[in-house]
Every structure is written in C-alpha cells, then in structure tokens.
Design a protein around this ligand. Structure first.
Ligand SMILES: Nc1ncnc2c1ncn2[C@@H]1O[C@H](COP(=O)(O)OP(=O)(O)OP(=O)(O)O)[C@@H](O)[C@H]1O
Length: 248
C-alpha cells in the first residue's frame, strides 16, 4: 500500500529553485534512502514534509490524503541527538511520546523497547554518561515513541566515528523490520544506503528531480554481502559524480 506520495513538489530559496516538480512515492513499511550531491535539497525535502517549510506548489499525500503544515504523520531525527542533559535517559526517550499517550503508557513502552536499543541499565543515567552511539540510540527510541507512521532520519549517524557508525548500522539493520515503520533516510554514505534500504533515490541538483531509483532486494544482508556490492557502489557514485561533472 502506498504510504507517502510526493507529486509536483516545487521549492525555492530566494528565487533559486531547489526542488522542481519532484515526484516519488514510498510504500508502507518501506525503507528508502535519499542520496545526492551536497546542496541538492535532501534536508529541504525533509523540512517540507515536517511542515517547517511550505512548498511553492505540489502536493504531499499520506495514506492518500493531502497534508499541509505540521502533522503527526512524521517524526524527525537530526544528526545531533538533542537529548536534554538535565533529564535522565528514560525521561528523554519518553519526552515526545507523552504528546501521543499517557505518561504511564509511554513509559511502559519505553521499558519494553529499551533492551533492543542497548540501553538497559542506563535508564536513570544522564546523557553525559553515555557513548555517542548510545546517545543516538536513545534519540532514535525517542523518535520511535512519537508514534508517527513515517520516520525522517537526517544523517542520524553522521556525527559518529566510523566504528560506532558501523555498529549503529548493524543495529538498525537488526531492528529495521521489527520497527514496522516507513522510513526515509537522508545520508551521504552510499554503503549505509545500500546496507539498510529497500530502495535508493538519487536526487539531481540540476533538475531538482529524482535522477535515479535503485531497488535493493537482498533479504539476507551482512557486512560480507555489503563488501561485495562494488558494482552497485560504482553505479551510485557515477550517478552522483556524473551530475556533479555535468554541473561543472
Ligand atoms: N535557509 C536557507 N536560505 C537560503 N538557501 C538555503 C537555505 N537552506 C539551504 N539553502 C540552500 O539550498 C540548497 C539545498 O540545501 P539542503 O540543505 O536541502 O541540501 P542537502 O542536499 O541536504 O545538502 P548537504 O548534503 O550538504 O547536507 C543548498 O544550496 C543550500 O545552500
């Protein structure tokens, strides 16, 4: 079933068109990564979905219904974890969920999920006691507890060192299907996109549209499988670089 449809989306900053008649759709439960050269409008696209920015024209539909402004359909997770240092991990992860349920319900669900997020034993610690990866997992759990049906992840592991980033990708691969959410991931990391996605959309800076779409159908993913995806990696790289070279 089609969860999200973007059609004819147009957006400009100061008369410079960033997205121009952008069209794409995402199925329910699908994990879609958005790649593209710097400045092609990846973060702008997420801001349009969250309602922080308004499009000049075009439409965003969720479950077939046109949406405008800030809605409860989307939960956004940025690169920085934005945990409140004066609140415990449990308090932090329950923060946004309270809007959608009673404190007791949200806390109960957080307690249920905390194991899978590798945070057991840290519920009453403050963020400063956690590693970068743990903090991102806490921020992730907070996003998940929002109960929004579509998660928008904007370079969620971009600030982590390469080892922790790899661990986070392995962890997300493990919980991805269990989360049962539709996910849009903005990333600069081709391997991350290949490893985690059902589909990759490559945005084109020049046209402001989707330049290329790639489906990844492998069911049994592992690091060994990822290391064998040289052809796919080359293809994605050439698409991004080709666009860059065409721009000059
Ligand atoms: N508030 C703003 N005012 C004017 N121009 C902006 C603003 N925010 C972003 N831009 C410009 O719009 C373009 C798209 O920005 P955006 O952040 O969406 O790109 P991106 O693909 O996410 O880039 P990156 O990969 O570098 O994070 C860029 O050229 C950027 O400089």
């Amino acid at each position: 079933m089609r969860k999200l449809e973007v059609s004819g989306l147009v957006f400009s900053y100061e008369n410079r068109k960033i997205l121009n008649q952008l069209d794409f759709s995402v199925e329910e439960g699908e994990f879609v990564s958005i790649l593209g050269p710097s400045g092609c409008g990846k973060s702008t696209l997420l801001k349009l979905m969250t309602g922080v920015l308004a499009p000049e024209s075009g439409e965003i539909r969720v479950d077939g219904e046109s949406i405008q402004g800030i809605t409860e359909h989307f939960a956004y997770m940025p690169q920085n974890d934005l945990l409140f240092p004066w609140k415990t991990i449990l308090e932090n992860v329950c923060l946004y969920g309270r809007i959608h349920g009673t404190s007791a319900q949200v806390k109960q669900e957080a307690e249920r999920q905390i194991e899978a997020f590798g945070l057991r034993g840290y519920e009453n610690e403050y963020p400063s006691a956690l590693s970068g990866g743990m903090r991102q997992r806490a921020a992730f759990l907070r996003t998940l507890l929002c109960h929004a049906d579509i998660l928008l992840l904007d370079e969620p592991f971009g600030a982590l060192d390469v080892i922790t980033r790899g661990e986070m990708q392995d962890w997300l691969l493990g919980v991805r299907k269990k989360m049962n959410r539709t996910v849009l991931l903005v990333t600069h990391d081709m391997d991350e996109a290949i490893y985690l996605s059902d589909r990759i959309l490559i945005l084109d800076r020049k046209s402001g549209k989707v330049r290329r779409e790639l489906c990844i159908t492998e069911k049994n993913r592992s690091r060994d499988w990822l290391y064998q995806q040289g052809d796919l990696r080359r293809e994605i790289y050439q698409e991004i670089m080709g666009e860059r070279n065409a721009k000059g």
